[in-house]
Structure formats: C-alpha cells, structure tokens
Design a protein around this ligand. Structure first.
Ligand code: EPZ
Length: 423
C-alpha cells in the first residue's frame, strides 16, 4: 500500500495554486445528466472521487471524456440512460447518491444501492428521500430497509420542502430534481455552502430558474429542459484552508493562489485569532506566521457559514502545537475524531468527550506511524508531520488521493519534506 514519509520541515515559503473544488464538481457532474446536450466542465481537479463519478456517469449511459491535462470533463448524456447505479462504483464513493435526483427526472426511475456508514458517521439520506417524496416520487420501503433506494416518479411536481438539517447532499439532490419538475419548489433550511451556489449557477446557465442559493431559502421554478453549457468550477476552499494551515503550523509565509477568501471567512477569522497574519493580495491570499508564536483558540464546527467540519482535523493539527489549551466541538458529524488517536501517537495528548476534544497545546510532536482515517484527517496528520521531530509515516493515503490533487508536489513546491512511497 502507498504511504507518505513526512519529515520535519522548515517554514514553508513560496506560492501554491489551489485546484477546482471536489465538493462542487461532484454535484455538477451529476447534474450534467439533466441535459441532453453536451456539457463541458472546466477547472476539474484530477481526483479519485472525480474519476469514480465519471465512471458512474459512463455506467449510466453518458459519454464522458476526461482531459486531466486541461482539467476538463465533457459529458454528453443525450442517449438512453440506465436507471441503476452499479454498486461496485457506489460503494467507492458515498457522493454517488448525488445522481439520484437527475436519474429520477430523466428516467422516472432510479436504483442506488447505499454503501454502509463510513469513518465519520452513519451518513443517512432520509432528508434526500423526504424531498423527493414531496416532489411526488415513491420509494420502495421494503428495498430501502435493505439499503437499496428504488425511487419512481412518472412526473415530479414542485412543492414546499423543509430540511430538518441543512444537509448539503439533500439540498443538491432536491435542487436538481425540482429544477425540471412542474411548478415551483420552495426549499427551507437549505444548506448555504458555496458548492450549492456553484451548482445553482451551473443549472441556471443550463436554463434553470433558481433563486436564493447561498441562503437558507431556495426557490426553484421548474422548466421544461436544459441546454448544454460550459462551466468553470469554483476553487476548493478546503484545500485552500489546508494549505493555509500548512503555512501557519510551520511558521511560514505562503501565497495561496486561486482561492476565494469569502468562502473561508470562519477559517481565516480563527487563523487570525491564533496570531496568523492573513492578507489579501491582488494575486491571492498571503498567510504569514513568521513573526509571532501560534496561540490557541476554540473551534465549533457548524453548517456554512460556520466553521467547516472538513477543516476540523487540519485545524486541530495547528492547535496541538499552539500555545495554550483549546476545545474543538464537532457538531456536524457524529464520529469525526478518528484523527485524535493518530495525533496522540505523535504526543498531542488530546482527550475527547462526546462532541468535544480538549487539546492541551504547546506540544513538541514526535514522528510516528499513523493512518489516514478519512480524507481530511489524512491531510491533518501530514500537517502535524511537518512539525514533528523525526519521520511520520502516513498509511492508507488513498483517502488523501480522493480529495487533494498533487498533494505531495504542491507541498514540496513550498518546501515541505514529504515523499510518496508506492509499495
Ligand atoms: C458534504 O457531505 C461533503 N461531501 C462533505 O465533505 C462535508 O463534510 C459535508 O457536506 C458537510 O459540509 C460532498 O459534498 C461530496 P450532509 P454530505 O448531508 O452531503 C446528517 C469531504 O471531506 N444528515 O450535509 O454527505 C449527516 O449524517 C466530505 O470532502 C442526516 O442526518 O453532508 C451529517 O451528520 C466529508 N440526514 C450531517 O447531516 C440526511 O438525510 C451533514 O451531512 C442527510 C444528512
């Protein structure tokens, strides 16, 4: 199995360019099934999850051309589609569920075998299904009790839908289905993430009539059909946040190119509380931690615009070495502290109690053999390895390959001492 060897690295300096957003491109690729004309998606990151989504679209009958050199994916879903998503692809990526709404509209039928829970939580989809039922879909309850979503709908009709939790995936699936339903849908307590806005912008380019994306109330007036369009995906705010922490934890000075500061207000505010200088430059965002020590702060993850759960583990790496104790409260996922055990193998001495992790801080971390327990936790232990004495060996790095394009090359480009060993 491949692994990373990370050595203590001096202050990271230079500049790094952020790739397109994984969590924007996945729903947008799913939404290409809604058009019978060709769509060209640009600034697509070369990631394992993107590869799985493209293979899923092909398995459903779309023609998909992936150009990793130009970071471009061309999809033509004009032909007859298949209604069933193959389990061998769905089990590789939970986000496969994002094709549910589009398949239902195109085929009037969608079958998706749900993967089990994952490292960070059970990942239910009852809100996705609540929305589709409200639009007129029927879900086979017997099959659902066996983990198979078998949804049917001769036609979908707009409705008022309230989400008990502002689920990102449920908001995306419902927006896609409602965009070609008959009549108007009002979605209340919707997720407000920038990736929702990017999806709505893509759908509106295709001819949808969506208003309010980025707020908690989204109005979708159904239209008849979509044309094919080209679309640039927004930058990956979590990759950007990860590299901001890499600069901070090493006391470095790095220019982060191709990021949208507005998408990371909570993270930038917390970095500043830790004493990190974050300044907007014409060609990017400069993160500087050369002058003063990193001090601790407390974090509570919340749906957007709150502090993003995906930045919880990378930021915790910084807090393990910050001066002073800190408390991290994870409110979005029920089991997203798997990285704590890995940090503790490096000497962080973190204690957890339910949703809270107490980080004493001020530690001099020691290199150790650690595991990437999920995508973001994997990046987090790499960040810790950059300041730990000795060598940190990170295994199960396929998790990291899912969401960070050219991770080692980008880190080495700003002076990190990291090597990938493909065994
Ligand atoms: C998206 O997952 C992201 N993935 C996740 O990023 C991100 O952590 C998450 O949103 C929260 O921001 C993609 O966009 C592909 P949710 P999603 O539905 O849509 C509960 C990464 O590292 N919930 O907003 O699955 C759920 O259990 C990944 O890039 C229900 O209870 O997230 C969780 O506790 C990890 N019932 C919380 O809501 C439902 O019907 C947030 O889930 C749906 C969700």
């Amino acid at each position: 199995m491949a692994k990373f060897l990370v050595q203590k690295s001096g202050p990271l300096t230079g500049e790094v360019t952020i790739s397109g957003s994984k969590n924007a491109v996945l729903p947008i690729l799913a939404a290409t099934l809604l058009s019978k004309e060709e769509c060209v998606i640009k600034d697509v990151p070369a990631l394992r999850d993107v590869d799985v989504m493209c293979r899923l679209l092909e398995s459903l009958g779309a023609n998909v051309d992936v150009d990793t050199v130009k970071h471009r994916v061309t999809v033509n879903a004009s032909g007859e589609l298949c209604s069933e998503a193959p389990y061998d692809l769905v089990k590789m990526m939970r986000a496969s569920i994002l094709v549910l709404g589009a398949l239902l509209i195109r085929q009037g039928h969608a079958v998706i075998h749900l993967p089990g829970g994952c490292a960070i939580g059970e990942r239910p989809i009852e809100l996705h299904l609540k929305g589709l039922r409200a639009l007129g879909a029927t879900i086979d309850e017997e099959l659902l009790s066996h983990g198979i979503v078998d949804a049917k709908a001769d036609k979908l009709t707009g409705n008022d839908i309230y989400l008990d939790f502002p689920s990102v995936g449920a908001t995306e699936v419902i927006i896609m289905a409602a965009s070609l339903a008959e009549g108007t849908t009002i979605l209340e307590n919707a997720a407000q993430e920038p990736e929702i806005v990017d999806l709505a912008n893509f759908l509106n380019k295709m001819g949808a009539r969506i208003k309010g994306a980025g707020t908690d109330t989204i109005k979708i007036e159904g239209v008849q059909e979509f044309k094919g369009v080209a679309h640039h995906v927004i930058p990956d705010r979590i990759e950007a946040g990860t590299f901001m922490v890499a600069a901070a934890i090493t006391g470095g000075n790095v220019l982060i190119r191709n990021m949208v500061p507005n998408h990371l207000k909570a993270v930038i505010a917390k970095l500043k509380e830790c004493g990190v200088q974050v300044t907007m430059a014409d060609d990017g965002v400069r993160v500087c931690a050369e002058k003063q020590p990193i001090v601790s702060t407390d974090i509570k993850t919340l749906p957007y615009p709150g502090f993003p759960t995906d930045m919880q583990s990378p930021f915790m790496a910084l807090l393990t070495v910050a001066k002073g104790p800190s408390v991290v409260i994870e409110t979005v996922f029920e089991n997203r502290f798997m990285h704590v055990g890995e940090f503790n193998r490096m000497g962080a001495n973190i204690k957890t109690d339910g949703k809270a992790a107490i980080i004493p801080g001020g530690k001099s971390l020691q290199g150790a053999q650690v595991v990437a327990t999920d995508l973001r936790a994997g990046a987090a232990v790499v960040l810790a390895g950059l300041v730990a004495e000795g060598t940190t060996e990170v295994s199960q790095i396929y998790h990291i390959d899912r969401g960070y394009e050219n991770f080692t090359e980008k880190l080495r480009g700003i002076g990190a001492n990291i090597m990938r060993i493909d065994e």
